[in-house]
Design a protein. Structure first.
Length: 408
């Protein structure tokens, strides 16, 4: 945390406002994690239909990345941040008014824009501000808003749903995001961020960036993790209800969030010294083990160990990939680069529910967790073998024994 005190006062004030807005945003989003699948099921949705509705969130995410990323580079990080918070404040109210599955799917799609806008603006602002030699550490600290919000939100959402019903969950989620919007509205532009807003001398088509060697493998890794995370977000509440192993969805998400917090605190500064590769590899391996544990879980302790590993994996992986993308990009394209790498995660989340929901009805939840383990294993394989300019370079980088050949 000492590195934050070394920043100039305007930069430090911007980061503090961003952190508070982030806590409010993620608490709003996470309050619906354990309750929304059950709400959709209560409206008559089968597990397959729940998967489609939940997956619509990621479709909205993915579709909006293509214009929010360039918007962050052209018009400013703050604008995309505020778009995300505004949608997060409005969308929960529409769930209350949606009484059939098509309407729920439409609202869920709209809601997906919130994360696309917020994460693009937030991560681009943070990476603009962070000195390169402390980038991993500052990203690690500022990304703590996610695990803290995801620890608080599900517990709040579950409590509200049990005592007051789904309507109060949506109203409180909307209120939290609205307070986040008011907080972020006070963020002032800083010089480093302003420099990043100048258009690049040579424009590259947004989606063509995806084919570049520096982005292709990180985006594939994020796709594999998105498939895994989408499986967890969609089916954990239904799995808990079906198996009755003595762990609530809210407890699962809270334990995962605490583990995520610990992982981010311990690895941010370390990645500036030892490189991003070893931490990305370790987090992918943790995802594999976590999904295997879920597939074989027979006791509450098995579920909690899976939650710990899943939390550690997600807590380390996403800020590490963000730092890696910042290392591999210039400020003028950073909004687009971050949008594309996170877009792989969005696509995975969009596909997980619809693809796997149909299998649940025939084969059960344990099979899809085994498939999620395979997705993460594929991501680990891609990263170990193709994350750098050659196989030997890739192995050295992924195992923490060599530098990133694509870093600028």
């Amino acid at each position: 945390m000492v590195v934050l005190l070394k920043l100039a006062p305007p930069l430090r004030q911007t980061l503090l406002r961003l952190i508070l807005a982030g806590l409010l945003f993620w608490s709003s989003i996470a309050a619906m994690l354990p309750t929304l699948p059950l709400y959709i099921a209560a409206k008559g949705g089968t597990p397959h239909q729940v998967g489609f509705v939940m997956g619509a969130f990621a479709v909205g995410l993915l579709g909006s990345r293509s214009w929010l990323g360039p918007l962050a580079d052209r018009r400013g990080r703050k604008m995309t941040l505020l778009i995300g918070l505004a949608v997060a404040a409005i969308a929960p109210l529409f769930y209350i008014l949606s009484h059939n599955l098509p309407l729920l799917m439409a609202v869920r799609l709209l809601h997906g824009v919130s994360i696309a806008g917020f994460t693009t603006g937030y991560m681009a602002l943070v990476t603009d501000i962070a000195p390169p030699q402390h980038r991993g550490e500052i990203i690690g600290y500022t990304s703590l808003v996610h695990p803290i919000g995801v620890a608080l939100g599900p517990s709040l959402g579950s409590w509200l749903q049990i005592h007051y019903g789904h309507g109060w969950v949506f109203m409180i989620a909307s209120t939290l995001a609205a307070f986040g919007f008011m907080t972020a509205a006070g963020v002032r532009a800083v010089n480093r961020a302003q420099e990043a807003l100048q258009p690049p001398p040579e424009k590259t088509l947004f989606w063509r960036l995806l084919l570049s060697e520096r982005l292709r493998i990180p985006s594939l890794v994020m796709l594999s993790v998105g498939l895994t995370f989408g499986t967890i977000a969609t089916f954990i509440p239904l799995f808990m209800a079906a198996e009755q192993l003595g762990v609530s969805p809210g407890l699962f998400y809270a334990v995962a969030a605490i583990a995520s917090f610990i992982g981010r605190v311990l690895t941010g500064a370390a990645s500036d010294r030892w490189g991003r590769g070893i931490f990305i590899s370790a987090s992918l391996a943790a995802y594999v083990i976590s999904m295997v544990l879920l597939a074989q879980a027979q006791t509450a302790l098995d579920i909690l160990w899976a939650a710990i590993l899943e939390g550690l994996a997600g807590g380390v992986l996403i800020p590490m990939v963000a730092a890696l993308m910042a290392d591999r990009s210039i400020p003028q394209e950073r909004g687009r680069v971050l949008s594309l790498s996170l877009g792989g995660f969005d696509l995975g989340m969009a596909l997980a529910g619809p693809l796997l929901g149909g299998l649940v009805e025939h084969w059960g939840y344990r099979l899809i967790f085994r498939m999620a383990a395979v997705f993460s294993l594929l991501g680990l394989t891609f990263f170990l073998t193709a994350s750098s300019k050659s196989l030997p370079d890739s192995l050295r980088f992924a195992l923490g024994m060599g530098r990133d050949r694509y870093a600028l």
